[in-house]
Design a binder for this molecule. Structure first.
Ligand SMILES: NC(=O)c1ccc[n+]([C@@H]2O[C@H](COP(=O)([O-])OP(=O)(O)OC[C@H]3O[C@@H](n4cnc5c(N)ncnc54)[C@H](OP(=O)(O)O)[C@@H]3O)[C@@H](O)[C@H]2O)c1
Length: 289
């Protein structure tokens, strides 16, 4: 299947700075680049990391109740000196809460931990079989009440999205999935584009392994960039929102310095050629829920 790459003029005019954003199907603006915070410890470590990222220009933070650092995320947001509406905060409802049919309560607990009045994006973390439709209906309610500016899903395949479509009112605004040069998932990508579901890449750096892929290293050398910057720029030119995680100040800045160059169509195709369906994380088809 041919991959859809953004028309170059659109890329040029809409991805010039860290403040640039995708526009979701309901009109909400979501920054193209955000900070993933999985495995960053709660408390002072995460507050410091997020403050550093915000100083470097980041405006979007991706957490989850499962990461056990929502309190620190909220503290960082509430003490960074920026108005709340300048930041984009994502969190997610965990599988146990889906199983126990307590998504509405779990959402309130997340807000409480973060000491926030609303989130910008609330996601169903995994498509727990037999449970995800009910959880989605709870997210619709949260959205109707204005407590989440946008709602979406994570780790949903085309099949899961079709089930949602047949059983609910709203189509998710975002699908956050594993996405990197070894795992492009062209069918899912095309389906989301067709339904106006913004694709978002988790583990965009392959949890660090992208740095050791020779083809990525060669492209990096050609542009005078690092492998991480090449992969993250490749995400943007695919129209995919990306949330690399780093707890290291220099890398946080490095990962955001991707708005001052463009990959040629030829090099996009070279990177696309690495796709081999290889995951670094669990497969939603056989995840142990
Ligand atoms: N929805 C889901 O199911 C799901 C699943 C997994 C992840 N996520 C989200 O996606 C975010 C990103 O995914 P991820 O954390 O799994 O992996 P990732 O962002 O692909 O990679 C993070 C790893 O790469 C290292 N790294 C970061 N920048 C680097 C650079 N410039 N050069 C070399 N190494 C670098 C980091 O180490 P240092 O910290 O030491 O820099 C860390 O070990 C998560 O934090 C989370 O928010 C969501």
């Amino acid at each position: 299947m041919t991959l859809q790459i953004l028309p170059f003029q659109l890329t040029l005019s809409h991805m010039r700075s860290l403040k640039d954003h995708a526009t979701l199907s309901n009109g909400v603006n979501m920054p193209w680049l955000g900070l993933g915070v999985y495995l960053i410890p709660d408390g002072p470590p995460i507050v410091d990391v997020i403050h550093h990222a915000i100083d470097a220009g980041y405006r979007s933070i991706d957490t989850a109740s499962f990461y056990q650092n929502e309190a620190g995320v909220g503290q960082a947001v509430n003490t960074c000196g920026l108005a709340r509406e300048e930041l984009f905060v994502t969190t997610k409802v965990w599988n146990d809460d889906l199983r126990q049919a307590r998504t509405l309560d779990a959402f309130e607990e997340s807000l409480d931990r973060m000491q926030l009045d609303y989130v910008d994006l609330y996601l169903v973390h995994w498509p727990v079989p037999g449970k995800f439709v009910a959880a989605w209906k709870a997210l619709e309610e949260i959205y109707e009440r204005g407590r989440a500016k946008a709602i979406g899903v994570s780790n949903f395949t085309v099949q899961h999205l079709e089930v949602l479509q047949q059983n609910s009112e709203m189509i998710p605004m975002v699908n956050q999935v594993e996405f990197h040069p070894y795992l492009i998932q062209p069918r899912l990508k095309a389906f989301c584009a067709q339904k106006n579901i913004q694709l978002e890449a988790w583990s965009p750096l392959m949890q660090g392994r992208a740095m050791n892929v020779p083809t990525i290293q060669q492209v990096a050398e050609k542009y005078g960039k690092t492998p991480a910057q090449i992969v993250l720029r490749w995400d943007l030119q695919h129209g995919v929102v990306t949330i690399p995680k780093s707890a290291q100040p220099a890398r946080i800045i490095e990962n955001a310095t991707i708005f001052d160059f463009e990959l040629s169509e030829e090099d996009m195709v070279v990177l696309d050629g690495l796709d081999c369906g290889q995951r670094v994380g669990p497969d939603p088809e056989d995840f142990v829920f």
